[in-house]
Design a binder for this molecule. Structure first.
Ligand code: ATP
Length: 697
């Protein structure tokens, strides 16, 4: 329920909303939110409805999705990482549901400055809401847009160490992981049932007992082992859930992050190739689950076993100490450099894949001339690099495997010798010796598998490091002011200075002014800086000096998302693998099929089957048709400023004329900047501006 006017007029509602947002940031562990901007955003909201809260959340990195639910359904769907919230019926406060504890729903009430946390029966939520009925109402499902924000390196020059990053990636699952540790401890203890039972059996047999004790023993053992089995099944279910969550969280995080990556990141790196690192989430899942399931229980079983052994005799305690020292030496001393070599192996793997992608992506180049030979030779070289890296990593691993195997042989023999001596000397019963043998040999046998677990651990570190590179891609900084558009935009550039290279600026003192609705051609030769100018105007690059104003607002002060909702840039061919329909409307449900057909017709493309799936290269459409699709996409968003950069230059004169009449018409509802090297095209615009210099002068 909301009141008609904004938060500003209702200080109590404003304060409740601030309290609510702070609570949500804490719950979702979003630590980067300062109170100042949050308060300003709340104050500048047009009204105090839930829809306004969604917009505020969006600016603060909170995704809030509106869903219609009964209070009980909302409680069932809620969890600490996905809380559900709605307005209290008094119109001032908010209620948040965030999962269950002990059969009751965890509820937070934000009223003024106070946040009150309670445990409530699901049936009582309706009452809390201030409603008598428990009918369906609108709830907001809140989630962090970038759930892995805490796993991003704060220092731009150094990546976070992989182990710390792994802990951050798993932070949201820490409660489940503690539970898993508890279960592993339990199953470790239960696994001792067999040796203890055998010890009892041997002692009974040695004393001549039979029959009934055996049945009792067998029954108890069966009970323990079944219970241990059930615990293992539970552990495996928990690990499965954690695996699913990591996958979904990483996907959501990247969907947020990638469109916001700074454009200059792609000057030296290939975006699509970088994304291959997503597949390391599979390494995280596989190596992580085997470590959590087998690795953890092996460690627990070994520890429990060794502790039990220590109680048998001081000699066996000494044996434990030596064994632990030896294991420590294998892990830390023999394993020096293993994480680095695993990362190096992973880097060389990605280099090879990147090369194969280049080959697959340049079909013509590698079919002709020396292309195929180059493809083969470079692949050989990269495969060789991979083998070298893998060999170096394996050298470290091999040392550890040999160490574990040797330790197994020595420790098993030593235990038999010490145990045998203690039995002969009467310090140990026969049953105790057999039990000790069983406990330690299973722990020692695990040592042989230990190498495999260590390999899994190093893979996990390398995979985390690679995923970290994706998370560490630098994001664009955006200012806070929303861009104001109302019809075609005006544009003023004053004393612009920009160059990729400080010794050779592309623009040293460039100024121009464009009236709202004007259609202007900016003429420049190859390499004169047309694309650079388009990037500056769309906030993809920053000028070194000077100012750009759109509708009188300084571009640097504007929130990039609000700016880009209202301008369109058509530069190089960019088609994604989907139908023509989606390539034009970009998933906007407000754009109908008829709208798309109209836009296509406007740019001269008629009679197309809108369901035709296009490849990133534009096929099966012709190049010029793919360009028309991109232009249709641009005008469908009804931009206030349309920037067309060079893409019309290569088209045939007749098509250029047709497009000019659609895009350059004086009454077209946008301001047009045509960046071009073609005099003929420029002549079709209302006015021409010449770029200050050509690249080759
Ligand atoms: N990312 C970059 N890093 C360094 N230099 C760059 C980068 N992008 C472009 N340049 C250089 O800046 C100059 C201007 O490039 P820009 O792409 O803006 O020119 P253009 O006018 O659009 O050229 P064309 O008409 O050939 O597309 C060129 O000399 C180019 O080599």
């Amino acid at each position: 329920m909301s009141t008609a006017s904004g938060f500003k007029e209702h200080p109590h509602r404003k304060q409740s909303t601030l309290t609510l947002l702070e609570f949500l940031f804490g719950l979702l562990e979003m630590h980067n939110q300062a109170q100042g901007p949050t308060e300003r955003l709340i104050e500048s909201a047009s009204d105090d409805s839930q829809a306004a809260l969604v917009a505020i959340g969006d600016h603060l990195g909170l995704n809030m999705e509106s869903v219609l639910l009964t209070p009980t359904a909302a409680a069932n769907a809620s969890a600490p990482q996905t809380p559900l919230l709605t307005s209290l019926s008094d119109g001032y406060g908010w209620i948040v549901l965030y999962g269950f504890r002990g059969g009751k729903v965890r509820v937070a009430l934000a009223q003024g400055e106070v946040i009150e946390e309670r445990l409530v029966k699901p049936a009582d939520i309706g009452k809390l809401l201030g409603r008598s009925d428990a009918g369906i109402s609108e709830w907001l499902l809140a989630q962090a847009q970038a759930p892995f924000e805490n796993a991003v390196s704060q220092d731009h020059h150094a990546h976070m160490p992989p182990f710390r990053r792994l802990l951050e990636l798993l932070r949201a699952d820490r409660h489940d992981l503690w539970l898993l540790l508890g279960l592993a401890l339990g199953s470790g203890l239960l696994a001792l049932a067999s040796p203890v039972a055998v010890q009892a059996l041997v002692n009974t047999v040695a004393m001549g007992g039979m029959g009934q004790p055996l049945i009792v023993l067998a029954t108890i053992l069966f009970f323990f082992l079944s219970f241990a089995g059930a615990v293992y099944v539970l552990e495996s279910y928990l690990v499965e859930i954690v695996q699913r969550r990591i996958f979904v969280r990483l996907a959501a995080d990247l969907a947020y992050r990638l469109p916001r990556v700074r454009s200059d990141t792609y000057d030296s790196q290939h975006g699509a190739e970088l994304v291959n690192r997503f597949f390391d989430v599979l390494t995280l899942q596989k190596a992580g689950s085997s470590l959590l399931l087998d690795g953890l229980s092996t460690v627990v079983q070994t520890c429990v076993g060794l502790i039990m052994l220590a109680f048998y005799h001081p000699f066996l305690l000494a044996f434990d100490v030596v064994l632990l020292l030896a294991i420590t030496a294998i892990v830390f001393l023999l394993g020096r450099g293993a994480v680095t070599t695993a990362i190096q192996e992973s880097i060389s793997k990605y280099a090879l894949v990147a090369w194969l992608e280049s080959v697959a992506g340049n079909i013509q180049t590698f079919k002709f001339g020396n292309g195929a030979t180059m493809a083969a030779n470079r692949t050989d070289q990269l495969a060789l690099d991979y083998l070298t890296a893998k060999r170096q990593h394996y050298r470290v691993l091999l040392g550890q495997v040999i160490g574990s195997v040797a330790l197994y042989a020595i420790a098993s023999t030593a235990l038999l010798a010490i145990g045998g001596y203690l039995v002969i000397d009467g310090h140990l019963t026969l049953g105790q010796l057999v039990a000790a043998e069983l406990i330690v040999s299973s722990a020692l046998l695990a040592l042989i598998k230990f190498g495999k677990h260590l390999e899994g651990f190093y893979d996990l570190m390398a995979g985390t490091d690679k995923i970290g590179h994706l998370l560490d891609l630098p994001l664009e900084a955006s200012a806070e002011v929303d861009a104001e558009f109302n019809g075609p935009a005006s544009l003023t550039i004053s004393n612009l200075k920009f160059g990729f290279n400080s010794h050779r600026p592309l623009f040293s003192d460039f100024s121009m002014h464009v009236q709202p609705g004007e259609k202007i051609a900016i003429l420049g030769g190859p390499g004169s800086g047309k694309t650079a100018l388009a990037s500056l105007l769309s906030g993809m690059r920053q000028a070194q000096a000077g100012q750009i104003q759109i509708n009188g607002q300084a571009l640097n002060d504007l929130r990039l998302s609000s700016l880009r909702q209202n301008i369109a840039v058509v530069s190089r061919l960019e088609i994604f693998h989907d139908s023509i329909l989606e390539n034009v409307r970009l998933g906007d449900a407000n754009v109908s099929v008829a709208d798309v057909e109209r836009a296509l017709a406007k740019v001269g493309l008629t009679g197309m089957d809108l369901d035709t799936v296009m490849s990133p290269g534009g096929s099966p459409l012709a190049n010029s048709q793919a360009i028309q699709v991109m232009l249709a996409r641009a005008i469908t968003s009804r931009p206030a400023l349309l920037i067309v950069d060079g893409i019309l230059d290569a088209l045939d004169a007749q098509l250029q004329q047709k497009l000019a009449s659609a895009l350059f018409a004086a009454d077209a509802p946008w301001t047009l900047l045509l960046l071009t090297g073609s005099q003929e095209l420029a002549a079709l615009c209302g006015r021409e501006i010449h770029l200050p210099r050509a690249a080759h002068d």
